[in-house]
Design a protein around this ligand. Structure first.
Ligand code: NAD
Length: 288
């Protein structure tokens, strides 16, 4: 396939490289010259205009920072510029309302389009092991799956347009809550005089079992190796967790969902991100 890829940052750079490795021909566009140079090195053909990159392609993939940028890129450079039969895939994490709006506009112009946000960080993007949660029609999903398989280990059809973004923000709200809960329990156990490693051994095999404890233990030297062991460098940045929590709170408000713990998690990450946005999100344990 000939695929246009727009947004070659931390995530998009590795994803575009994996499309090339899978045998696709990739037209790459980014505002950053550095990102374009890296894409060229990975076998992409580079363009200085997004609309030109979309000419004559079978598919367009975008991996951009936020909803406003996604909307402007699709309205300005993709819809009406990519061939009528192309399938469009937005893999960015954005708000549900914008995802639905952009897909409706694309469908109105005759395209198949999905929202396909990802779980997994930069390592999974580079390694081709992302999980994609996809929203769109059955036909759009079937066409998008062909493209996504080259970049991920799991591609799941979540439902109609916007369902991918819904799954993503609900998942990450749950992740924030379990991380704070795990951090609280570990800190309390330690203050009560229990060896944190013993707490890990017990709780990770008891009803306290959860991903934040078992697979991402937030205390250095305890449990599995995680960003905590690297001074909370790398991993999933607090600033990105905060972005997802803000999207979750916006979505919760739009349907009057009760999110007592989600709202508290969002407040705690708002405060923590003021000075620690670059640290891994598990570093929130330092505030307890
Ligand atoms: P990034 O900032 O590294 O990359 C974004 C890229 O988009 C940059 O290279 C930037 O130059 C480019 N860009 C911005 N505006 C543009 C425009 N108008 N036209 C073309 N290019 C433009 O961000 P990232 O970490 O790669 O994240 C991308 C998306 O993936 C975000 O929505 C993020 O929430 C989501 N995400 C990130 C991670 C992660 O661990 N980094 C994990 C899951 C999901």
């Amino acid at each position: 396939m000939k695929i246009a890829f727009i947004g070659l940052g931390n995530m998009g750079g590795g994803m575009a490289a994996n499309l090339v490795k899978a045998g696709h021909s990739v037209n790459a566009f980014d505002l950053s010259e550095e990102a374009l140079a890296a894409a060229k090195g990975n076998g992409c053909e580079t363009f200085t205009d997004a609309a030109e990159a979309c000419a004559g392609v079978d598919a367009v993939v975008t991996m951009l920072p936020n909803g406003a940028i996604v909307k402007s890129v699709y309205e300005g450079s993709v819809i009406g510029k990519a061939p009528a039969g192309a399938v469009l895939l937005d893999c960015s994490t954005i708000d549900v309302a914008t995802a639905k709006d952009v897909i409706a506009k694309a469908e109105g112009a005759g395209y198949d389009m999905v929202d396909a946000p990802v779980s997994g960080g930069i390592a999974a993007a580079n390694g081709g092991t992302l999980t994609f949660m996809v929203g769109g029609t059955d036909k759009a999903f079937a066409r998008a799956e062909e493209v996504l398989k080259a970049m991920g280990k799991a591609v799941i059809h979540a439902g109609d347009a916007g369902a991918g973004q819904t799954a993503k923000i609900c998942n990450n709200m749950l992740l924030a809550i379990t991380m704070i809960g795990t951090a609280e329990a570990m800190t309390m156990a330690k203050k009560l005089g229990l060896d944190p490693q013993k707490f890990y051994e017990i709780s990770s095999q008891s009803s306290g079992y959860n991903w934040s404890l078992n697979a991402y233990t937030p205390l250095p030297g305890v449990g599995v190796e995680s960003p905590a062991d690297k001074n909370y460098q790398g991993g999933f940045a607090t600033a990105l967790m905060l972005k997802d929590l803000r999207l979750a709170m916006e979505a919760a408000g739009s349907v009057h969902a009760t999110t007592v713990l989600g709202s508290t998690a969002a407040e705690l990450y708002e405060k923590f991100a003021e000075d620690n946005g670059g640290l891994d999100f598990s570093a929130i344990i330092k505030t307890l």
